[in-house]
Design a binder for this molecule. Structure first.
Ligand code: FAD
Length: 283
């Protein structure tokens, strides 16, 4: 692993949430937030629904998490949005004191026939830089196992390099369970001269059916040996959880030992799995 051999930046740890729907879900997120705040992450991020469907929820959740004491980075996606609405949201976040954002292309919302003015994330990165200069630290998405719509791994990498060149400061990856895929991706990026930190996204395994559904949609691979084990546990939630935590903790350990510049946990608005992995890693 060549990564960060010469300059060792501080590792960055972050937690991702989604805007809760309804009173109970909001209370659950507040409780998860309260527990995760104890771990003192560098920041938390809040997802954004395709085409702006959670625009209000993302803003309100970001604000609520800031009030709890987190540094927050909202996600923003451009496909299906207009320049005016995106600029308006950037300004609103800027006024809140936000200086960190996760810039995405996003997916075309179902039922929308045309992507509108924007097709790719690099266009949003350009827009943010054009409208707000260097005020925001911009995170972009990266795909060690290749984005599902990419024509090839090589094309995907070329587009990633272009997106980074438009002004991204760091990247967060889609989740994966193969550390080799990540290290290979990082090496290839380095060979191409991409020199921003690429922080692995970590999805703790707690619920097999949900994970299988997600993974099909976003192109993340669950290795056969993990899938077979999880399937064999059937409805034994405790066994799935125990095995899932072992696998995910071991993955994190390998990633950090190999020089990963931090970890970004997909919490799904729950604290338990992330806290357990955190403790086991001794962070
Ligand atoms: P892009 O970087 O634009 O890439 C999308 C595809 O287009 C890739 O296949 C790429 O190779 C290709 N491409 C890029 N540029 C070009 C070009 N010039 N010509 C041809 N092809 C090109 N989704 C949400 O809806 N809300 C969220 O909050 C959210 N958060 C995420 C957070 C992380 C860390 C990650 C990894 C993903 C997240 N996603 C989210 C999912 C993401 O929106 C989808 O994966 C989406 O399909 C692509 O977004 P992107 O920013 O990677 O797009």
């Amino acid at each position: 692993m060549k990564m960060n051999a010469h300059h060792k930046p501080r590792r960055v740890f972050s937690f991702e949430f989604f805007p809760p729907k309804g009173v109970e879900a909001s209370a659950n997120l507040r409780e998860a937030g309260r527990q995760l705040l104890q771990l003192k992450p560098d920041y938390v991020s809040v997802t954004y629904g395709a085409g702006g469907s959670t625009r209000h929820g993302t803003y309100e959740t970001t604000k609520a998490l800031m009030a709890e004491g987190f540094h927050a980075a909202p996600h923003l996606s451009c496909v299906g949005g207009t320049r005016a609405s995106l600029v308006e949201q950037l300004r609103a976040y800027h006024s809140l004191g936000i200086r960190h954002i996760v810039a995405l292309g996003g997916d075309l919302p179902s039922g929308m026939a045309s992507p509108g003015e924007f097709r790719y994330a690099y266009q949003l990165v350009e827009l943010i830089r054009a409208e707000t200069g260097n005020d925001f630290h911009i995170e972009v998405a990266a795909y060690p196992e290749v984005h599902p719509r990419a024509a090839s791994a090589e094309e995907d990498l070329r587009h990633f390099k272009h997106k980074v060149g438009c002004g991204a400061n760091s990247a967060l990856t889609q989740y994966f369970y193969s550390a080799d895929a990540y290290f290979r991706f990082v090496d290839e990026c380095e060979e191409l001269g991409i020199d921003i930190p690429i922080v692995p996204g970590v999805m703790p395994i707690t619920n097999y059916k949900q994970l299988a559904r997600f993974s099909d949609a976003c192109g993340a691979e669950i290795p056969r040996w993990i899938r077979k084990r999880l399937e064999s546990y059937g409805d034994d939630i405790a066994a799935i959880r125990a095995f899932g935590l072992d696998v995910t903790t071991e993955l994190c350990r390998k990633l950090l030992a190999g020089g990963a510049p931090g970890l970004h946990f997909y919490t799904l608005n729950r604290a338990g799995a992330t806290c357990t992995i955190w403790e086991r890693l001794g962070l």
